[in-house]
Ligand binder design. Structure first.
Ligand SMILES: Cc1cc2nc3c(=O)[nH]c(=O)nc-3n(C[C@H](O)[C@H](O)[C@H](O)COP(=O)(O)OP(=O)(O)OC[C@H]3O[C@@H](n4cnc5c(N)ncnc54)[C@H](O)[C@@H]3O)c2cc1C
Length: 354
């Protein structure tokens, strides 16, 4: 399903944004599940819809408004027609699999150019050169992985978590234009950036607000940003409580971005749950399997009006995750229709899958 622009985003437009190219719409539709992090259909049987019963539509639960206590997000300060330039100040390994692996942690510095961002927002990067039709490449979106005050606090820089696309959603070998360009960048290189984008996938800022983060692969970028912001608040004595719960899936531990740094976070700060789908000799586990194992704690979160849910990663994870949440709610005696509707209405359920 293609994303819809939120009302907030639309209110910031002076002119209509460029239409999404067919390739991106196709990528966002993502029909074929990626075996890498998603179960084959038979692995996690889902209740089939009875004849006449509506098919489960996970996207309907995604909020288009931010949590009430989110900070104001600036959007489209640098629109596609007028990109700004950032300088690469870092290109690091962020998996145990090594630098040559597919996922990189990239740091971009904006120098004196104002580029205010919030956790959960994304930017667009325009790869140099032209496409097969001789047109400038369209901007690819990347979630910001750093908190609002910079990858390095107090600096005008942001980080990204970028995975090289080497095969398409059907497993056919391809050379992803922008992801490979970004992963090959060297310190000192200049990059064309547009954005920031996104005015609803934002974190709550009020005391005792809980955050449940559910992600696969590079979907961890916004979760890293939110976690790091709360970690910095806690370090400076300004953290006012609220739980952090993370469900994070990848094929193997070695391929999971930021596995090492996650180990150093205190257990009383964040409740981390990993799911690995291809650990040799181990049964396949996907994020929704682990969510079901943690149903008592998730049910408590669903009952609490201070809880905010964020889902980010492959499009194909969305349905399994939402079905798991629904089942957890129903098993706990909650009315899922009203819980799901409140989460959406109150800006407490955010879905960003691609
Ligand atoms: C809101 C949003 C946030 C995003 N955040 C991130 C992020 O934080 N990190 C990140 O790495 N990516 C992220 N993406 C995906 C990113 O925008 C690009 O789509 C991705 O990097 C592929 O671009 P490309 O130019 O390399 O591939 P293209 O040259 O555009 O595509 C090459 C081929 O690969 C297929 N393809 C495209 N994307 C994928 C994919 N992800 N997996 C498998 N096949 C694909 C295409 O259908 C096409 O056939 C995000 C997308 C959205 C919409």
């Amino acid at each position: 399903m293609a994303r819809a622009y939120s009302i907030e985003e639309q209110l910031t437009w002076d002119e209509l944004p460029a239409e999404l190219p067919p390739e991106q719409l196709e990528a966002e539709a993502g029909t074929a599940p990626d075996e890498a992090v998603m179960p084959p259909p038979a692995a996690t049987p889902q209740p089939a819809a009875e004849p006449g019963e509506p098919v489960f539509n996970s996207a309907q639960y995604g909020a288009t408004t931010p949590p009430w206590s989110a900070a104001h997000a600036y959007t489209n300060l640098h629109p596609p027609k007028n990109p700004t330039t950032a300088t690469v100040v870092g290109n690091f390994n962020c998996t145990e699999a090594g630098f040559e692996n597919q996922t990189h942690h990239i740091v971009l510095d904006f120098g004196a150019m104002p580029f205010p961002v919030l956790e959960g927002q994304s930017i667009g990067i325009i790869a140099p050169g032209t496409d097969a039709n001789g047109k400038t490449h369209f901007a690819r979106q990347y979630s910001i992985a750093s908190p609002r005050n910079g990858e390095r606090p107090g600096y005008n820089n942001i980080s990204l978590t970028v995975k090289r696309v080497r095969e398409d959603h059907q497993g056919k070998p391809v050379h992803g234009v922008c992801s490979n360009y970004v992963c090959d960048l060297k310190v000192g290189d200049k990059v064309q950036v547009v954005g920031p984008f996104g005015a609803s996938f934002l974190m709550p800022n009020h005391p005792k607000s809980h955050i449940v983060m559910i992600c696969t692969g590079t979907g961890s970028a916004p979760m890293r940003a939110m976690t790091e912001w709360r970690r910095r608040l806690r370090k400076s004595g300004k953290f006012e409580g609220g739980k952090l719960m993370l469900f994070f899936g990848a094929r193997t531990q070695q391929e999971l971005p930021y596995f090492g740094p996650l180990q150093t976070l205190p257990k009383d700060f964040i409740d981390i749950n990993f799911a690995f789908s291809r650990t040799p000799g181990q049964p396949k586990r996907y994020v929704q399997d682990v969510m079901r194992e943690r149903k008592a704690d998730l049910a408590a979160m669903l009952k609490d009006g201070q809880s905010h849910f964020y889902v980010c990663g492959l499009k194909s994870m969305e349905e399994g995750v939402m079905l798991a949440l629904r089942d957890v709610a129903v098993e706990a005696g909650l009315d899922w229709d009203s819980v799901g509707a409140s989460l959406k209405r109150e800006g407490r359920m955010h879905l960003e899958t691609y």
